[in-house]
Design a binder for this molecule. Structure first.
Ligand code: MG
Ligand code: MG
Length: 255
């Protein structure tokens, strides 16, 4: 079921989204060569705690997961696409890190992700991250009243594919509101003019992910959560929670 949010609810979701934005900014600032993924999770926990927010990630267990998610961020390094479990791994020079974070506050959820490089950037990784950000921007630009879900999907997929990157299917964006994952699904590829029509008050988490080799294949790591590219190529992910309004798309997780 799709719930359209009132303007008051959208404003409340923006408050939650700001907490997510702050957590991601803090994690990015803390991320450095030698810092562990568990330490980054602690940074995000601190921001949520200070805001009085809880984590929709912590303890989350969708049908595919063998264990509840044990952290408040997903930390996906290099060939990990999404859903990486923070562990004792210490970041190395040149690592490409994707951090996904959620918050639950005042009854509303927020969800956002960033990708960045630790230490010395490789040009190929810079381009990969720039592209996933461009795909997110294109998806948000298409998130206007009167368009359809397929227009968002098409906008995202076109940017990723025309750059020569792979687009893992089966994972993508989603409605968001009282819960982190609501209807409708927002695929990262699709046909324009198809799917649900976008209306004022629909709130979506839009989240492109790309793989550098152009191959789409992925598999779950032994932890049952982390999704890795089959060919070991690097991946990047970006996400914002976005309200569709009569005044245009509004990013609720701005940093
Ligand atoms: Mg997310
Ligand atoms: Mg999401």
């Amino acid at each position: 079921m799709v719930e359209l949010k009132t303007d008051t609810s959208i404003e409340a979701m923006r408050v939650t989204g700001q907490v997510v934005g702050r957590a991601l900014t803090a994690v990015r600032e803390a991320a450095d060569v030698g810092v562990s993924l568990l330490e980054l999770d602690e940074v995000a926990r601190g921001v949520l705690r200070e805001a009085g927010a809880t984590s929709p990630f912590l303890g989350y267990r969708p049908s595919f997961a063998p264990v509840p998610f044990p952290a408040v961020i997903c930390a996906s390094v290099n060939d990990a696409i999404v859903h990486g479990i923070p562990n004792g791994y210490r970041l190395r020079d040149g690592d490409l890190v994707s951090i996904d974070c959620g918050a639950q506050l005042g009854g509303w959820a927020g969800d956002s992700a960033i990708s960045f490089i630790v230490g010395t950037p490789r040009p190929a990784d810079v381009r990969l991250i720039e592209t996933v950000e461009r795909a997110l921007a294109a998806g948000i630009e298409a998130a206007v009243v009167g368009n359809r879900i397929g227009d968002i999907a098409h906008a995202i997929g076109s940017v990723c594919r025309s750059a020569g990157y792979g687009v893992p299917d089966g994972f993508g964006g989603h409605g968001i509101g009282r819960r982190m994952h609501e209807d409708p699904g927002v695929p990262n590829e699709g046909r324009p003019g198809r799917g649900m029509r976008l209306r004022h008050g629909l709130v979506l988490a839009i989240e492109p992910m790309v793989t550098a080799s152009g191959h789409d294949g992925y598999h779950a790591a032994p932890d049952g959560w982390t999704l890795r590219t089959n060919d070991g190529s690097r991946a990047a992910h970006a996400e914002h929670t976005v309200a569709i309004t009569d005044d245009g798309p509004r990013i609720l997780t701005a940093r």
